[in-house]
Design a protein around this ligand. Structure first.
Ligand SMILES: Cc1cc2nc3c(=O)[nH]c(=O)nc-3n(C[C@H](O)[C@H](O)[C@H](O)COP(=O)(O)OP(=O)(O)OC[C@H]3O[C@@H](n4cnc5c(N)ncnc54)[C@H](O)[C@@H]3O)c2cc1C
Length: 364
């Protein structure tokens, strides 16, 4: 018997487990894979987002803005490699300028007050390889070594009586009076008073196997794969460059890794099941998207990179959905928190989200 089991050792499960352990609970984080963070948490852009894009008042907006500051502080405290690179969001034609105006207004309402408007001459001075008619500069956007971040979370967890158990897939959760009995491959293994479902792309699957959880509370899952190309050689960019966002993603953008190498992506492709394969046929759409803001792109320098899958709660053509964090008030099961649809900016929001999970379970 332990105080709390967290299912999933991605960045969200590790951050939640750490917060609960720091709060004095004995926590076990159970992970199906042989290592921490092998799914979405290691298949992203590693960007610390400022909090510009999300509707004011949404969980995405609030947890991104709060999480970003917590994350910068945590990185400084733990010596985690990161950089406040800054980012440009570029309008490449006049019709896109009103979108920048909307971002500016929305960012202010989200508490992001440091955006500056740049004209094409300012941008040419900073980023000669970038074409635009106008831009917004976000100085509080940055990049992080997400692996080092997750290792630090695991270290904190383990320093506070917490444990990460690998190679263990939770198959079912049975209610025994006030407790949860965790089954692995159909065999009961451990009981706990609190349970956090941080299974990422598998959160809905796991939820369907939690006894007594009303099925109507489980949101639909839509999978949207994004792939990246890395750019061989010296990066022509000194900071991140984003076009204006599409309806379901942020557009094919430029990010830098901490060694200064540039990569483009992710794009967005709806897929029926989890499949990390790279689709080379999408190169032409990719290069067309990049050339709008980087006309000098030399296509021969693009190398296929990694892919990641967004666990979306809204499908093609539907309005973007917020993160869903359900506690007892939403699903009626005491001691259980389910986390659904933790796509971007989940990495940035992770420490703030973990605090929200801790508060939900504190009431127990
Ligand atoms: C293409 C892409 C780019 C992104 N870019 C950014 C970015 O730049 N900045 C940002 O802030 N966010 C970004 N994100 C979002 C961010 O990566 C995610 O929000 C975050 O990684 C989600 O973490 P997680 O722990 O919920 O999921 P995961 O990392 O997927 O972890 C879930 C874990 O649960 C385990 N698991 C599942 N089922 C079970 C089970 N039954 N038993 C045991 N273990 C189980 C899995 O093996 C997995 O390790 C991006 C996402 C994508 C897809």
């Amino acid at each position: 018997m332990v105080d709390c089991v967290v299912v999933g050792a991605g960045v969200i499960g590790l951050a939640a487990g750490r917060a609960l352990a720091l709060g004095g609970l004995e926590v076990i984080v159970i992970e199906a894979a042989g290592a921490i963070g092998t799914e979405t948490s290691s298949r992203n852009s590693e960007v610390i987002h400022a909090g510009i894009y999300y509707p004011p008042g949404s969980l995405k907006a609030r947890l991104c803005v709060a999480g970003r500051e917590l994350l910068y502080r945590y990185c400084a405290e733990k010596g985690i490699n990161h950089a406040r690179t800054g980012k440009l969001i570029v309008a490449t034609r006049d019709t896109e300028v009103p979108v920048l105006d909307r971002y500016l207004a929305q960012a202010r309402r989200n508490g992001v007050t440091d955006l500056a408007r740049f004209g094409p001459a300012d941008v040419a001075r900073l980023e000669p390889a970038v074409h635009c008619v106008q831009a917004l500069h976000s100085p509080s956007t940055g990049i992080i070594d997400s692996r080092a971040f997750m290792l630090a979370l695991q270290g904190d967890l383990e320093a506070h009586r917490g444990t990460v158990v690998l190679n263990t897939r939770v198959s079912r959760v049975v209610r025994r009076k006030e407790l949860f009995e965790i089954e692995v491959a159909g065999t009961p293994t451990i009981r706990c008073a609190r349970l956090v479902n941080a299974a990422g792309l598998h959160a809905q699957d796991l939820a369907r196997n939690i006894d007594g959880l009303p099925q109507a509370t489980i949101p639909p899952l839509h999978l949207a794969r994004g792939q990246y190309y890395s750019l061989t050689g010296k990066s022509p960019f000194g900071r991140l460059v984003y076009p204006v966002a599409g309806p379901a993603d942020l557009g094919v953008h430029v990010t830098l890794d901490l060694a200064g190498a540039a990569r483009f992506g992710p794009d967005l492709q709806w897929i029926p099941s989890i499949d990390y394969g790279f689709d080379a046929d999408r190169l032409a759409t990719f290069t067309a998207a990049i050339r709008r803001y980087h006309p000098g792109l030399d296509e021969s320098l693009l190398q296929p990179g990694h892919t990641g899958i967004r666990p979306k709660l809204a499908g093609p053509g539907e309005a973007a959905a917020d993160f869903v964090i359900q506690g007892e008030a939403e699903h009626g099961v005491p001691g259980l928190v389910n986390l659904y649809g933790i796509e971007s900016p989940g990495l940035t929001a992770s420490l703030a989200m973990a605090e929200q999970v801790r508060v939900l379970l504190d009431r127990r």
